[in-house]
Ligand binder design. Structure first.
Ligand code: ZN
Length: 332
């Protein structure tokens, strides 16, 4: 497989020296969806966190509906057709419907009602696996109760810059009769193209991170967000098909990623695990995870007119450098 890229060169007269200077922009095409992405020279667009998140957490905790004293009273319950107990509990994780639904079946699952602040470096495999497990149980239960809803995704807005309206860390699940735009795009990729992509990345080596057993991890060639990684779970198409050992393996890869992000100075991320209908032949369950800007007053959003309105990322974190930085964590 060819990794398609074009180099653009911007020319200008420098304000200080009056000399002619050049800036190169590396435009890359995503081999699976055809999305294009712009890799910029390092401009410090994503500075490391220097905001006191702990103090901010204490400030906003008083009103948090996901904390221990309020979760039981302030969060909704699942209808009995989905779950007789109204909530799905696994370890410390608790799943309930999203009060502000985004779909016909929309849920929220907190890692733990006791963890109002959960820095990325402190997300353990146990917390992640239990939280993912509530989402898998939810997807299965919804599909059993409402067989038309076969498209599921497990997602995260972690920390306010990622789009989260609540500070307390959580995952979000969606199960619907139809896919989102990106679910539709990846589901339309021919099976052989996924194999070709993964083989080519493994051979190239510069973005490939590792195979953690069944799941393959790599840095995106043409990311749609900063420090974006992708993972592929061959053999299953939906989160509803994740067996316990795969949940554990996925939790391992995700916490490895998050501790790497923490080390790079990032505390906010988005995640999407794109499910297709269970049993879809040739479609590997796959995900994207990427950093978002850090929280602070007058912060710069990483989503500009390019990301939001052109669907074209412009990032100054070079994918190969991100892979180099994170690869050790995926060696088994
Ligand atoms: Zn809370």
């Amino acid at each position: 497989m060819e990794f398609e890229r074009t180099r653009l060169v911007a020319e200008m007269i420098a304000p200080d020296t009056g000399e002619l200077v050049y800036t190169e922009v590396d435009v890359r095409v995503d081999p699976l969806t055809g999305h294009t992405s712009r890799i910029l020279p390092n401009r410090g667009l994503m500075p490391p966190n220097d905001f006191d998140l702990e103090a901010f957490a204490r400030e906003n905790q008083e009103r948090c509906p996901f904390c221990r004293d309020r979760i039981e009273r302030l969060t909704p319950k699942l209808p009995p057709a989905i779950h007789p107990d109204g909530r799905i509990v696994q370890g410390e994780a608790v799943l309930f419907p999203n009060l502000h639904a985004y779909s016909s079946h929309s849920c929220v699952s907190v890692y733990s009602p006791r963890l109002h602040h959960l820095p990325l470096g402190e997300v353990t495999e146990r917390l992640m696996a239990d939280n993912l497990s509530t989402q898998v149980q939810y997807a299965k239960a919804v599909m059993a109760a409402d067989p038309d809803s076969r498209w599921s995704s497990i997602n995260a807005n972690h920390m306010l810059p990622s789009g989260s309206s609540l500070f307390h860390p959580h995952l979000q699940g969606i199960v619907d009769p139809s896919p989102t735009t990106l679910q539709r795009q990846v589901a339309n990729v021919p099976a052989a193209r996924f194999d070709d992509y993964l083989d080519s990345e493994r051979r190239a080596g510069v973005r490939f991170l590792g195979n953690t057993g069944h799941i393959q991890w790599l840095a995106s060639f043409a990311p749609i967000a900063p420090a974006e990684l992708r993972a592929f779970v061959p053999g299953i198409a939906s989160a509803a098909e994740l067996r316990a050992e795969l949940v554990g393996e996925l939790a391992h890869g995700l916490t490895s990623t998050l501790s790497g992000y923490a080390e790079m100075g990032y505390e906010s991320f988005n995640l999407a695990i794109y499910g297709a209908p269970p049993g879809t032949v040739g479609y590997p369950l796959n995900l994207r995870i990427a950093c978002r800007s850090n929280l602070k007053p007058l912060y710069r959003s990483d989503a500009t007119f390019l990301e939001r309105l052109h669907w074209e990322a412009a990032v100054d974190l070079v994918p190969e450098d991100v892979a180099e930085r994170l690869r050790d964590r995926f060696r088994t």
